[in-house]
Design a protein around this ligand. Structure first.
Ligand code: LFR
Length: 472
């Protein structure tokens, strides 16, 4: 196999990166970050939006750096969070995409469920209930839907800006609620019942498909030319590609803003029990299923830090977590799945209110809050792993933690203790690695199924193992 390089544009809820992956021809990978930019949502009179053009600008700047470092770049791939979209009329975006944490969607939930009850929806799309799933957001669009000619999810939107091609990558399309969970085609009957014009939904493509070359103006601006290739454009789909696991006996947690906790299966699990446990069947790369549950994740901590800093406190996260590890005495446990924690705003106040209302000890310092968050997350993760295993029949022997949460030693240890299972932490950059690997396979720089790609990850990146307290 020959060597070569590809570039990942990886957009997270708080920052975006452009990362080059170099493959040396023997199947090994090394990475270089060539661009990093903040992702700061903007509140407008009509609600909370993403700074979409700012993100595109950040991606362009990063890609210019990528071409400088690797003029022969084989391809570019884009991933981001799921569910959010822009509506287009011709080549014009109709407004700025909303942020999924905007609170306008509750009216959309009622409107959709009045037409199609949740039980029926689950049978068709296999998705857990999250109030921001695309189909609920669309139910709030009103006249804008009639004006629109096309809907593009965020990574597809950036792909269109770069190439002019309009597609819907399938792993991310699976989070809209409009994809049939069994056939993996658009559910046009459901769309019509919800009065969503079928013409809005672009042709579906699978990870590995080539969208096309850069538009000439873009290539000129970037100083290079390369095709854009569809990857697992839902960030969680890319992350799961890069979990160095045995999928038949492990669970994964993609732990960043969210904690996505689950297993990989060959077929969707659409039982009443799975629906009642609010587990989702999202589309994975190579036709796999990501059977998982969304837990609130490190958002609980980052939004707390933001609140303290807004009040004039300066917070250093490593010191805060070190202090949290030393907290003694009773620690309040709250339900990290409670939707009251979804919206931006004063997180410590909401946590304190929850604990008080449930007769739990209320923290009085940032360290005590951080400990309560870590313990509550570890507990919610352990419970979700147990449910994923029971509902899917996958016997879980190890829990893999990838993403930023893999650096949180207190969380990984407490998860091992609370689950009674070994926790294998790393790689931190799983999302970008999964993005790079699918491009590399398309370019012929690596080959094989997901198991072969995971072997590349296992060889190239360190994993730290945490054993449960009673096994140490
Ligand atoms: C993680 C993630 C989750 C999705 C949430 C909202 O970044 O993509 O998988 O449920 O963001 O899009």
């Amino acid at each position: 196999m020959t060597g070569g390089a590809v570039a990942a544009v990886d957009l997270g809820a708080t920052s975006g990166r452009v990362i080059i992956g170099r493959f040396d021809g023997s199947g090994s990978i090394s990475m270089e970050t060539v661009g990093r930019f903040a992702n700061t949502p903007v509140r407008q009179p009509d609600g909370l939006h993403w700074d979409l053009l700012g993100l595109y600008r950040g991606a362009l700047d990063g890609l210019r750096g990528a071409f400088r470092a690797e003029p022969g770049l084989a391809s570019i791939g884009i991933d981001s969070w799921a569910v959010d979209y822009a509506l287009l009329r011709g080549d014009r975006m109709l407004g700025v995409p909303f942020h999924y944490r905007d609170e306008r969607t509750s009216a959309g939930v009622e409107a959709v469920h009045a037409r199609v009850p949740f039980e029926q929806l689950y049978r068709r799309n296999g998705l857990q209930f999250l109030p921001f799933n695309t189909l609920y957001q669309l139910a709030t669009e009103g006249d804008w839907l009639a004006q629109a000619e096309q809907l593009l999810l965020i990574p597809d939107l950036l792909g269109w800006m770069l190439t002019g091609a309009r597609v819907a990558e399938r792993t991310n399309a699976s989070t809209t609620g409009l994809l049939d969970v069994t056939s993996r085609a658009w559910d046009l009957d459901l769309a019509s019942r919800l009065e969503i014009p079928a013409g809005l939904l672009p042709s579906l493509v699978d990870p590995g498909a080539t969208l096309g070359g850069l538009r000439p103006e873009v290539a000129g601006e970037l100083g290079g030319q390369a095709p854009v290739v569809a990857v697992g454009s839902h960030d969680t789909a890319s992350a799961v590609v890069a979990v160095p696991m045995r999928a038949d006996r492990a669970a994964y947690i993609s732990c960043g803003t969210w904690g996505l906790v689950g297993v990989e299966t060959e077929h969707p699990v659409l039982t009443d029990a799975a629906r009642e446990a609010n587990f989702t069947n999202e589309g994975g790369v190579d036709g796999r299923v990501r059977f998982l549950h969304n837990v609130m994740g490190l958002w609980l901590l980052s939004e707390s830090v933001r609140t303290w800093e807004a009040a004039g406190l300066s917070v250093d996260l490593p010191s805060l977590l070190a202090a949290a590890g030393k907290v003694t005495g009773p620690i309040g446990l709250f339900d990290a799945n409670d939707p009251v924690f979804l919206a931006p705003g004063d997180m410590p106040a909401r946590i304190a209110a929850w604990l008080r209302a449930h007769d739990q000890p209320v923290p009085s310092s940032p360290a005590e809050f951080a400990r309560s968050i870590v313990e509550s997350l570890a507990e919610a993760f352990a419970v979700a792993v147990r449910s994923a295993s029971e509902l899917s029949g996958v016997p879980v022997e190890t829990i893999h933690v990838v993403g930023g949460g893999a650096l949180n030693t207190l969380l990984c240890q407490r998860l091992a203790d609370r689950s009674g299972l070994p926790v294998a932490a790393g790689p931190v950059e799983a999302t970008a690695i999964g993005n790079l690997l699918i491009q590399a396979r398309t370019a012929g720089l690596v080959s094989g199924d997901l198991e072969s790609l995971r072997a590349v990850v296992a060889a190239a990146f360190d994993v730290v193992t945490y054993l449960p307290a009673r096994a140490r």
